[in-house]
Write a protein of this length. Structure first.
Length: 383
């Protein structure tokens, strides 16, 4: 039981109704938990550690809170998610922090910090030109002065009420949050980190693999049975990790192109080749699962509708190779849903996400990435 005075203090610091609110600087983890406990959509059923399919909170409960913040992760866990997913990038002093992109202006208020105006630049990232501020140009101390903002405000304007409230968390802070909530939830909560732009960071002398394994091992995640999946779109990154840790690995897949490390090396291996029976068998030699874009599991009709008749052979082929299948990303807003499951023409409005999930469960998936994990938890609990 938390002390009421402390809970009230943290709540006053974090409530969305206070425009000047910021997280407690002395105890970010506890502040995030206290804030999340006051939010709607919490899970009230009996938690379980071995439910199927796995519900993976994509960047936390990012449908309700700016992504990759301790509050987004805390809310996801309190909604009943089995795993929380965090994308990881490197700081210039070699620290792992949670951001979807190393370009910071997409998800932080860095552009509002005049002291960092000279850090703005253009560079190539994974073969594409990007302009902005990059995590590898900031120390962790500097990064901690930034605050998160909503990534897609045009779709999730309600989340912008929390812009400027939450710090960029480190991987260690996320682990501390998980361990704290495991005690109160009395269940195992898994971690699902992704190494973002690993070849890019390796070229900068900031290789991610060893630091990631070190942090996980230091926290007791060092066996094949540990509740961790490490994911990547690249191949050699995962093969390196397979030599460093027994933790299960996940090969992410896109519906076109090829992994960037393969492009760098001049190899011809494409994502299309990787989903053939031979390609999946090759993946199974270093990974335990695949994470395909969900349309690779069930292709939409030409008009954008979802038809189970379009189910591909990917799940059955992956299972035949001994791989689990965790597709991404399920989102409740009309703009992300199949046409036939949208509630109206408003891209911000919520549609029939549950119907979409049911179709994919019938296709045999083993887990799913979702921005509104409470929706999947409720569906899983249906008799």
């Amino acid at each position: 039981m938390f002390q009421s005075a402390r809970t009230l203090l943290c709540a006053s610091l974090l409530t969305p109704l206070l425009a000047t609110a910021t997280p407690a600087t002395t105890d970010n983890v506890q502040a995030a938990i206290d804030w999340a406990r006051q939010q709607p959509h919490l899970h009230t059923g009996k938690p379980t550690s071995k439910a199927q399919p796995l519900i993976i909170a994509h960047r936390g409960a990012s449908g309700y809170v700016p992504e990759h913040t301790l509050s987004a992760y805390a809310l996801a866990i309190l909604q009943g998610a089995d795993y929380i997913e965090m994308d990881l990038v490197m700081t210039k002093d070699g620290q792992l922090v949670a951001r979807h992109d190393n370009e910071l202006s997409l998800t932080t208020d860095v552009a509002q910090h005049p002291e960092f105006s000279d850090r703005q630049r253009t560079q190539m990232v994974d073969g594409a030109s990007m302009h902005g501020w990059f995590s590898e140009d900031f120390s962790l101390t500097e990064l901690k002065t930034l605050r998160a903002i909503e990534r897609i405000p045009q779709i999730r304007p309600d989340n912008t009420r929390l812009d400027g409230h939450f710090e960029v968390p480190t991987l260690q802070e996320i682990i501390d949050l998980v361990k704290n909530l495991q005690l109160s939830q009395q269940r195992v909560i898994g971690l699902y980190p992704e190494t973002k732009h690993p070849s890019h960071f390796q070229q900068l002398g900031l290789a991610m693999e060893a630091p990631l394994v070190e942090v996980l091992k230091r926290n007791g995640y060092d066996s094949a049975e540990a509740p961790v999946f490490i994911q990547s779109f690249e191949v050699d990154n995962l093969k390196t990790l397979s030599r460093l840790t027994p933790l299960p690995l996940v090969q992410l897949l896109w519906f076109e192109g090829q992994p960037y490390d393969q492009q760098l090396q001049g190899n011809t291996l494409s994502y299309t080749q990787m989903i053939t029976p031979a390609g999946l068998e090759a993946i199974a030699r270093y990974a335990a699962a695949i994470g395909p874009e969900k349309n690779m599991v069930i292709a939409r009709d030409a008009d954008g509708s979802l038809d189970p008749a379009n189910t591909t052979q990917l799940v059955s082929r992956a299972h035949a190779a001994g791989l689990k299948v965790h597709p991404y990303t399920f989102r409740a807003e009309n703009s992300f849903l199949p046409v036939d499951l949208r509630s109206n023409d408003d891209p911000q409005a919520k549609g029939d996400l549950a119907a979409e999930i049911r179709v994919f469960l019938d296709a045999g998936i083993d887990g799913l990435f979702i921005d509104q994990p409470d929706s999947a938890v409720r569906l899983r609990e249906e008799p």
